[in-house]
Design a protein around this ligand. Structure first.
Ligand code: SAH
Length: 404
């Protein structure tokens, strides 16, 4: 390899502990026959010239994403081995090769030693997403390797990186199929069926990461009046209905999401009148509920509430506002939930840690003067593994609370 990055003295330490990122400030100089271009493979050396790693280089604060700490070619065999290892983990977890479940995350970036790459499987379609220029450059090789590893199960690979690639790299990549075609967009999760909008939907089309937490909602739903706030495709709503909820209200500010949730409820429970969806802002909806000061828009008062908002803090600078947002939102839920109610509350902001999130929620409970007990502490599922050398990979946090 003729492109080398030499680190400043002492900056090799995190790499020796297998952390997969190199920040731009750690780089002393580069040695290359021609100027580096974004997405290039580079060899990383310590200040004394020792080999440390090979990774993808790009402009930005994270300058190199490490693919390997060994001297090895990054070729078809490499990609196949990594993807096969990821599939082995999913087999061990028990999320694939099942009649009732064909929806799972196959590759979770750093958690699968493939920084910058996400692959979600929906039935016979893989939706691939690159978050780094390097993974984008390698997309066809990776697609080939995916086909080899997944075998005949796979009918198409859809590439959905329009909004995840660094804007400044000016790649102007459009979403589309890299291989095959599929119009069948119904996937199965724990025996329930969901329309997956990989063409236009958020993330890869579905929030695969809430699968286990949705199952837990199902267990608590019997006879309850459920409010699923920030419902998106209505995953929690459909599970609550199967769990025997008395009624389920789904709320999302996006009209497209409300179309999706209605379609998914209809797919699983055609003609079921227990469900109603509202295209409305969460705060506005809750302000208008009984238990709060404003006039009520419905005579129902909920005893199972799910709060799964979008990431309030996309980066560290937004932390204070994000925590305030979580407190305000949760306080509203504590004000309106019936005695004996169950609150499922989540944060998917990577910049907010578990303790900060708890503090925001506990502050909210105190503000609403409710007595609250923790029943469960939730997190991302096993097919979103956390590489212990990359603790930043832990992002989803949740609490299940019993509210007296
Ligand atoms: N719970 C969902 C995922 C939620 S994603 C699931 O299990 O699939 C967050 C959702 O919040 C998005 O669909 C977005 O449209 C919605 N949203 C964002 N801001 C909102 C607001 N102020 N009020 C209501 N919904 C909002």
């Amino acid at each position: 390899m003729n492109k080398k990055i030499i680190l400043r003295r002492g900056k090799e330490e995190s790499l020796l502990r297998f952390h997969p990122w190199i920040f731009s400030g750690a780089i002393h100089h580069t040695e290359a026959d021609e100027p580096l271009s974004e997405g290039d493979l580079v060899e990383v050396l310590s200040s004394s010239g020792h080999f440390l790693a090979i990774g993808h280089w790009q402009i930005g604060s994270i300058a190199v994403r490490v693919l390997t700490f060994k001297r090895q070619p990054i070729d078809q065999t490499f990609w196949q081995k990594r993807l096969a290892a990821a599939l082995d983990v999913r087999r061990a977890i028990g999320v694939c090769g099942r009649e009732d479940n064909d929806t799972f995350r196959l590759v979770h970036g750093e958690g699968d030693n493939l920084p910058g790459l996400i692959v979600d499987i929906y039935g016979s379609v893989a939706v691939m997403q690159a978050h780094s220029v390097g993974m984008h450059v390698c997309r066809m090789e990776i697609a080939e390797a995916l086909r080899a590893v997944m075998g005949e199960h796979l009918k198409a690979i859809y590439y959905k990186s329009e909004t995840t690639l660094p804007f400044k790299a000016q790649l102007e990549q459009e979403n589309g199929f890299l291989w095959g075609q599929s119009a069948d967009n119904v996937a199965r999760e724990n025996g329930l069926r969901f329309h997956i909008d990989w063409l236009k939907g958020q993330k890869t089309g579905f929030f695969v990461d809430q699968r286990d937490n949705r199952s837990l909602v199902e267990q608590y739903a019997q006879g309850r009046k459920v409010l699923n706030m920030f419902c998106y495709t209505g995953g929690f709503s459909v599970y609550a209905m199967r769990g025997g909820a008395k009624l389920v209200h789904s709320v999302d500010s996006s009209a497209k999401a409300i179309e999706l949730v209605n379609a998914n409820v209809e797919l699983n429970f055609p003609g079921d009148t227990r469900h109603k969806a509202f295209a409305e802002d969460a705060f506005k909806f809750m302000d208008e509920m009984p238990g709060s000061t404003a006039d009520s828009q419905s005579s129902e008062s909920y005893d199972l509430i799910i709060l799964d908002p979008p990431a309030f803090a996309k980066h560290k600078d937004a932390l204070r506002n994000a925590l305030r947002g979580y407190t305000k939102l949760n306080a509203k839920a504590f004000e309106m939930i019936q005695p004996g109610g169950i609150l499922f509350t989540f944060s998917c902001s990577q910049a907010v840690n578990k303790d900060q999130f708890r503090m925001a929620v506990f502050t909210a409970a105190a503000m609403a003067k409710r007595k609250v007990r923790i029943l469960h502490q939730l997190h991302q599922p096993a097919d979103h593994p956390i590489n212990i050398y990359h603790p930043e990979g832990e992002y989803l946090k949740g609490l299940v609370l019993y509210v007296e």
